[in-house]
Design a binder for this molecule. Structure first.
Ligand code: ADP
Ligand code: MG
Length: 247
């Protein structure tokens, strides 16, 4: 169960997310599309609490947090519980540069989950295998291609078995060839029923990967629907205009 209710986010006087309500269907891929500056990254960052929503409610699994007027700031434990249920993949990978691929994937298991080293390593190797990076376990991030770094970052995000994988422009920093190896990994996760929310301005990626597509503009959800409906039969003229560039 992943549900956002009436999320607002202000940065100073700037109103960046406006009454965003969203249900992310479990076991499916939801794409968040919209022009640059529409609030896609901020929405993902609010879901895993890298940003604190100004108002609204987030329900993720058995954690449900309320923000804003009339609500006490959620406690650290509740925030921690919600965070543990999400994994995040960033546009620019954000691997720890002074740790090997394997150590990057193990880090959260050791530090956050306090797993014994041998168990963390076994799990990390399994995840590297899953993203086709087992052969680079001992490589430094700086020696890997962008596509390889992103695949390690995906393995790292999966390490804590999150119920929801958040991906912020996962292929935008990559050349088409390297992007396609990352897309292949995302596609495989989708086939395995991983619940994913992917922010992207790449309409082709959204159209080919997502079950549900959400169009965000100026901090508001303009339209959401099945990928087919949103791209082929958009109901809102703004959506129609935005997705028309795909054809
Ligand atoms: P998108 O990912 O769709 O391009 P963002 O969520 O990055 O959009 O940004 C939405 C708006 O919020 C932009 O106007 C951006 O400048 C602003 N914004 C994002 N993060 C911050 C921040 N930390 N402080 C102030 N303004 C921000
Ligand atoms: Mg963004």
């Amino acid at each position: 169960m992943i549900q956002l209710h009436n999320i607002d986010k202000h940065f100073g006087s700037q109103h960046v997310l406006k009454d965003v309500s969203l249900h992310v269907p479990p076991g499916q891929v939801t794409a968040l599309i919209g022009p640059s500056g529409s609030g896609k990254s901020t929405l993902l960052r609010c879901i895993n609490l890298l940003e604190t929503p100004s108002a609204g409610q987030i329900t993720l699994g058995d954690a449900s947090l309320q923000f804003g007027h009339g609500h006490a700031q959620p406690g650290r434990q509740d925030m921690h519980r919600l965070r543990l249920q999400t994994g995040m993949v960033f546009q620019n990978f954000q691997l720890f540069p002074h740790r090997t691929a394997l150590e990057n994937v193990m880090e959260g298991l050791l530090v956050v989950k306090k797993w014994p080293r041998a168990q963390a390593e076994a799990r990390a190797r399994e995840l590297l295998q899953q993203v086709g990076m087992a052969h680079k376990a001992d490589a430094w991030p700086g020696t890997l291609s962008g596509g390889q770094q992103q695949r390690v970052a995906i393995a790292r995000a999966l390490a804590q078995s999150p119920g929801l994988l958040l991906c912020d422009e996962p292929t935008s920093a990559l050349d088409p060839e390297l992007a396609s190896e990352v897309v292949a990994v995302l596609r495989q996760l989708a086939a395995n029923k991983m619940t994913m929310l992917i922010a992207t301005h790449d309409l082709r990626l959204a159209a080919t990967l997502a079950d549900t597509v959400v169009f965000l503009e100026d901090g508001r959800i303009v339209e959401q629907g099945s990928s087919r409906q949103l791209f082929l039969h958009p109901q809102n003229p703004r959506t129609a205009s935005y997705v028309s560039t795909l054809k």
